[in-house]
Ligand binder design. Structure first.
Ligand SMILES: Cc1cc2nc3c(=O)[nH]c(=O)nc-3n(C[C@H](O)[C@H](O)[C@H](O)COP(=O)(O)OP(=O)(O)OC[C@H]3O[C@@H](n4cnc5c(N)ncnc54)[C@H](O)[C@@H]3O)c2cc1C
Length: 442
């Protein structure tokens, strides 16, 4: 059969990676079809709440100015939770404009509107069921109603990417490679948010907080649970969520919803969300396999991008920037294939070269052992050090008429009394190993 192509490129999935891929192809005057299963933009997607300016500007250029965001996010905290409070490190810069809070519906719908202006043909409410292959090449897609053909298909279908699995491009993730996250959008009035987080009325500042530690409430009993909690301020909403890896959830027979409920009660978090109304509850998976789980990124007629390729740096809560830039590189690689009229895996593998030159593969490579190492020392990070940091600062701040040298000495010796030296060495070794990996990079 001779193939009658409907487009030059088909993109499956209209999240950040898909829209970015489609836009970069359409900007060069090529015909692109962007297919999304959701009936309205962003309804199948979920995240914490911050998108990053550098990536958005790189993909959208002058159109970046058209985006309407809710708040600038320019205060970032890392807090280690304990039973009564927390130890918190904050960096704050009211002039910084490198991250913004925006709801997924607004992000995706604004991205799609811009892409449509450049000629992207957007088909919502349409599930791609299968890929169509001919002579070992992907040549199109099959939806519930139609078939569409193009010489290049870009898979931007997110963490589950059933289509990449269909092509056997992806090793199956194990439960330790996937985080399950749930998030509540908690509505408060704008003024209350401004008072609680010390924010300006004009939304030119906002807060992101990452919390570590499980040594509180009913979570105390789980000594080896690694969990991350995030909080973002929007205009009149606070986004609060938790993420735990699937292996930990099943090992401890834990329910992620109960973890979120327990976290909401923590004495540092409760006052921030008190009297708020939960207006949205969502759950999503995050790929955390990192560099070691990157799939085969291209095959004849096909490229994989964004979460579908596992491009996330969970340590830094970065995903949308990886998605936007990898999508753009996928689009550019499709253009090279179109120019050469050659859609082989060999031609499309220019995508790998582009990724290697970008921060995407460089970061994923330098962080290739970090998550695994953090999990292997989860008790230290979630329980032991938050407790010790708390004890240390209690000495620093308590005017209790006991000699400071005596208190610091006792604190120092408690390190070796409360924990085996071999365990302390393992922590130091793990910390050094991660630091060296990141320092030397690729
Ligand atoms: C809890 C949580 C918090 C996060 N916080 C942040 C954050 O603060 N900042 C940040 O930068 N990143 C964050 N991320 C990561 C970020 O959300 C993702 O990395 C990013 O959305 C990936 O974009 P994508 O386009 O590759 O995939 P997605 O956004 O998942 O989009 C995939 C799209 O494909 C569609 N699709 C799937 N299958 C099909 C099919 N067969 N047919 C048609 N359409 C299909 C889906 O409906 C979806 O719209 C977070 C993620 C989670 C889960």
């Amino acid at each position: 059969m001779d193939i009658k192509y409907n487009a030059d490129v088909i993109v499956v999935g209209a999240g950040p990676s898909g829209v970015s891929a489609a836009l970069s192809v359409a900007k060069e005057g090529k015909k692109v079809i962007l297919v999304e299963r959701a009936s309205y933009p962003g309804s199948k997607n979920m995240y914490g709440g911050a998108v990053y300016t550098t990536a958005l500007e790189e993909v959208f250029g002058d159109d970046f100015d058209k985006f309407k965001f809710e708040r600038v996010i320019n205060s970032h905290s890392w807090a280690f939770l304990n039973d009564e409070g927390s130890f918190e490190l904050t960096t704050k810069n009211d002039t910084s404009r490198y991250a913004y809070a925006i709801k997924r519906f607004n992000l995706e719908s604004q991205m799609i509107e811009i892409a449509k202006k450049y000629g992207v043909y957007y088909i919502p409410n349409t599930l791609v069921k299968n890929l169509i292959q001919k002579n070992n090449y992907v040549v199109g897609i099959k939806t519930e109603q139609e078939e569409y053909f193009a010489p290049v298909t870009i898979l931007a279908d997110g963490v589950n990417s059933l289509l990449a699995k269909e092509l056997n491009l992806r090793n199956n993730y194990q439960s330790k490679d996937i985080i399950l996250s749930v998030k509540e959008a908690i509505k408060l009035d704008k003024k209350t948010i401004e008072e609680r987080f010390n924010l300006k009325e004009d939304c030119t500042n906002g807060v992101s907080k990452q919390y570590f530690g499980t040594d509180f409430g009913s979570l105390k009993q789980y000594k080896n649970l690694f969990m991350m909690t995030f909080l973002y301020t929007f205009k009149d909403t606070v986004m609060l969520g938790v993420g735990v890896n699937l292996a930990d959830l099943s090992k401890n027979k834990l329910n992620i919803n109960e973890i979120l409920e327990e976290t909401k009660k923590h004495p540092d978090i409760y006052p921030l969300i008190k009297d708020g109304e939960t207006i949205e509850y969502s759950a999503h998976l995050i790929p955390e396999g990192g560099y070691k789980k990157i799939p085969k990124l291209t095959s004849n007629g096909v490229i994989i991008t964004g979460d579908a390729a596992g491009f996330v740096n969970g340590v830094h809560f970065e995903g949308t920037n990886f998605a936007l830039i990898s999508g753009k590189l996928a689009g550019e690689s499709a253009l090279v294939a179109l120019d050469n009229n050659n859609y082989s895996q060999n031609t499309l593998s220019i995508y790998n070269k582009k990724l290697e030159k970008s921060f995407i593969l460089q970061d994923l490579y330098s962080y290739r052992n970090v998550i695994e190492n953090l999990y292997s020392r989860s008790n230290s990070i979630s329980v032991y050090y938050p407790k010790k940091i708390k004890e240390f600062f209690e000495i620093v701040t308590s005017a209790n008429c006991i000699s400071k040298s005596k208190q610091f000495r006792e604190f120092f010796f408690s390190f070796f009394k409360d924990r085996k030296i071999s365990e302390l060495f393992k922590d130091v070794f793990m910390g050094l190993k991660c630091a060296l990996d990141i320092f030397f990079g690729k």
